[in-house]
Design a protein around this ligand. Structure first.
Ligand SMILES: *Cc1c(COP(=O)(O)O)cnc(C)c1O
Length: 356
């Protein structure tokens, strides 16, 4: 990893905050951005001096490689404010490691840890008014890297830009979702980039998801690309099944993203004495469990929605309804995660990271 000579951040403050114009009670996810952003360029094999500047439009040459070959990776994380005004991140080292794994798979340079954490913490302190306290409120953080070199030959770029932007987010109950098990389309394949948070993975999902939405389903549950017989991910989230009282989820592979929410839920389940089985999940097994009543819940897990309960699924033209559950694992894990994230409950695994 190449560390530049000058890691001190060059800061230009915005002359006027936009925060007064924001209605924090009616936030639409991902539409409004804070006053500042973090930017760092990679040129000639070296990360240059990082900068924080007012959030603003950027200009790129139309030949910038990201527009042609999709060399782009990103992360999704959140900052929280507790009742005493302290700011917290949740397992930020995991996001840093993962963006570098994603970058390596797309032949992009790794970003140094101290740049990532110092840059992010400095940015959060500058925009701290944008983080509202109260369970469910958060600041969504989007670090990403794009290939900026102006050249359309099909090879990895020599220059990149690492950027962090932030968007205030409000917890809202979006209701349970109805999903379609994938039988034709795939999100990822063996040896592919499914484990990476590559921008193109999302682009590839939009069309099949739009088809599912025309049929009345909000999301697709992705199955393995070769047989479509095993359940792997819930749209852009990891997936969990509750069969009687045990929790089942698919193992991480090169097709499945190693979600931080997923691994935290596996740990919380163990803490709660709930049996977790990490194994391949056959579609036939879930249909059978739905028929005989042992399928109690299905939910997606990811940073943005935390946990997203699923109320019904369709596979091979057959619809299965999942009855409501009073003591759902979905609400248990959501509550426990949010309380750890907001510094309300004890953090025995040291997942919280204070921004000082
Ligand atoms: C980001 C993402 C997740 C969730 O990961 P978290 O670290 O829990 O936010 C799951 N699946 C896919 C495909 C993702 O892109």
């Amino acid at each position: 990893m190449t560390n530049p000579s000058n890691s001190e951040i060059d800061i230009v403050k915005s002359s006027k905050s936009k925060i007064k114009d924001v209605d924090f009670n009616n936030l639409v996810f991902g539409r409004i951005f804070t006053d500042h952003m973090f930017v760092c360029d990679f040129i000639d094999g070296v990360w240059q001096q990082p900068k924080i500047m007012p959030y603003q439009a950027m200009s790129f040459e139309p030949s910038a490689r990201v527009f042609h070959y999709g060399q782009a990776v990103f992360e999704g994380m959140k900052a929280y404010k507790d009742e005493n005004g302290k700011i917290w991140l949740f397992r930020p080292d995991e996001n840093h490691k993962r963006i570098n794994k994603s970058a390596a798979r797309l032949a992009m340079p790794e970003f140094p840890r101290d740049y990532f954490l110092n840059g992010l913490e400095t940015l959060l302190k500058m925009d701290k008014e944008w983080i509202k306290s109260g369970i469910g409120n958060s600041l969504y953080i989007r670090p990403f890297v794009i290939a900026t070199e102006p050249a359309i030959s099909a090879s990895p770029a020599n220059s990149y830009r690492f950027i962090i932007i932030c968007s205030p987010a409000k917890a809202y109950y979006s209701g349970k979702v109805r999903v379609l098990f994938a039988e034709k389309y795939s999100r990822s394949a063996n040896g592919g980039v499914g484990f990476a948070k590559a921008a193109g993975n999302y682009a590839a999902q939009f069309y099949p998801t739009a088809l599912a939405q025309e049929k009345g389903y909000q999301q697709i549950i992705w199955t393995d690309a070769s047989s479509h017989e095993f359940l792997e991910e819930a749209g852009t989230m990891n997936i969990f099944f509750r069969i009687n009282d045990s929790l089942v989820t698919a193992p991480i592979s090169d097709r499945i993203l190693d979600g931080i929410t997923r691994k935290s839920i596996i740990q919380l389940a163990e803490d709660n004495g709930i049996t977790v089985e990490v194994k391949r999940v056959p579609v036939t097994e879930i249909k059978e469990a739905a028929r005989n009543g042992s399928l109690k819940e299905i939910f997606g897990a990811g940073t943005a929605a935390v946990i997203s309960p699923i109320s019904a699924f369709e596979h091979a033209e057959e619809v299965f309804e999942i009855p409501d559950n009073e003591d759902s694992y979905a609400s248990l894990f959501k509550k426990q995660l949010l309380e750890i994230q907001h510094n309300v409950s004890q953090d025995k695994h040291h997942w919280r990271h204070e921004v000082k």
